[in-house]
Design a protein around this ligand. Structure first.
Ligand SMILES: [Zn+2]
Length: 386
């Protein structure tokens, strides 16, 4: 294993690798004014490069998330559902519409439970198996819980899912089909998150919360490693993803930085995060505005996060990549969802369609001619779940 330390994104304290680690003990879970002390996994990139790269190529016969094993916090892969290894699909009609040189869709709907969350779940269940843990929990608007439930079903582990009151019937049906124990909160996602942490502390369950368990974003970052390899190490100009807690786009930013650190990329893409106009705490924060009560509501359930837990990670990656945050209304997401289907043949949930709506908004504000962009289609199920 090539991990050298766990470093707090808030206070900078470093700790030795410990597979049971969660938050920084000094900073803890934070509160309304303070971010949680999320830990970041550090690696010896010289050693990683020697183990992973030869002649400008990745030396690995594996597919999916374990293809990049030296950049993950475990020594061995486990026999779990195959996450990752998703296609990068060209969308020439949408590229023309936006005046781009090329547009690609990273189709995360091809994961086992039809969602990018499976990459984080793959790391969570692999580590839980190694630690002999049988009970895993998560707080989720739906997709992360469905992902955990599916992987637990396959392995015979127990899944405890905490979801907000507004979780759709379709999502609840999937959780029950997979055999999860479902706790429906009387409140929103942020309340469900608090209830999950309280129950887990009482019962000692293993965490599949990306802004709590530091190892999970390592799974999510493989999205970026794959995009780099699929583009033959020609870095795209823009990478666009929906933003809730900040874990996914923060992880993607880390993945591209690591490609540069191991000699597989010469530059970084500009990260573009998209939130709903109704709930946009990270758009405000990126613009230097004071936080305010986010009272609106959106049908884009996966990004309806009023108190983002991995803000520091995302803000640091946005700064490094000279990235930006964009807010779009629900009706523009719905139009983008229709275009993704009608002009690219893509099944995308509303949250994922926000990427196209966000890029369209960006294209109206600045020239994108000659640029190459990737939209991360984080999830979508043909049964119309939003
Ligand atoms: Zn700390």
């Amino acid at each position: 294993m090539f991990v050298t330390a766990l470093r707090c994104l808030r206070c900078g304290s470093e700790y030795p690798m410990d597979p049971n680690a969660y938050l920084c003990p000094k900073c803890g879970p934070g509160d309304r004014e303070n971010d949680p002390g999320v830990l970041d996994v550090q690696y010896d990139y010289e050693l990683v490069a020697r183990a992973l790269v030869q002649g400008g190529h990745v030396m690995s016969r594996r597919r999916g998330v374990f293809r990049y094993l030296p950049l993950l916090p475990m020594q061995n892969e486990a026999a779990i559902l195959p996450a990752g290894g998703t296609p990068l699909v060209s969308a020439p009609r949408l590229a023309n519409r936006l005046g781009l040189k090329a547009l690609y869709l990273k189709d995360e709907t091809r994961n086992p439970t039809r969602c990018l969350k499976d990459r984080a779940t793959a790391v969570a269940v692999t580590m839980a198996l190694a630690l002999g843990r049988k009970d895993i929990y998560c707080a989720s608007a739906g997709n992360a819980a469905i992902s955990l439930a599916g992987f637990c079903a396959h392995l015979g582990l127990r899944c405890h899912a905490f979801v907000p009151r507004e979780a759709s019937d379709t999502r609840l049906a999937w959780l029950r089909r997979y055999g999860a124990t479902v706790h429906v909160s009387s409140g929103n996602y942020d309340q469900a998150y608090g209830e999950a942490e309280a129950a887990a502390a009482e019962h000692g369950w293993y965490s599949r919360n990306c802004a709590f368990n530091p190892f999970l974003v390592e799974g999510k970052k493989t999205t970026a490693l794959e995009i780099g390899e699929q583009m033959r190490w020609r870095t795209p100009d823009l990478v666009v993803a929906p933003v809730g807690d900040g874990c996914t786009l923060g992880a993607i930013g880390k993945g591209f930085r690591e490609l540069a650190l191991v000699g597989l990329a010469e530059r970084l893409p500009r990260l573009v995060g998209v939130q709903s106009e109704a709930i946009q705490p990270l758009v405000r924060r990126r613009q230097g505005e004071a936080p305010r009560e986010e009272r609106g509501s959106t049908l884009a359930a996966s990004i309806a996060v009023r108190r983002p837990r991995n803000a520091l990670r995302l803000l640091a990656e946005l700064e490094t990549s000279k990235g930006t945050m964009v807010a779009v209304p629900d009706d523009e997401m719905a139009e983008a969802q229709r275009l993704l289907a009608s002009e690219a043949g893509m099944v995308a949930e509303l949250t994922s369609a926000a990427t196209l709506a966000g890029l369209t908004k960006l294209a109206a504000a600045e020239p994108l001619a000659g640029k190459t962009a990737v939209l991360v289609i984080t999830g979508g199920r043909p049964d119309g779940d939003s």
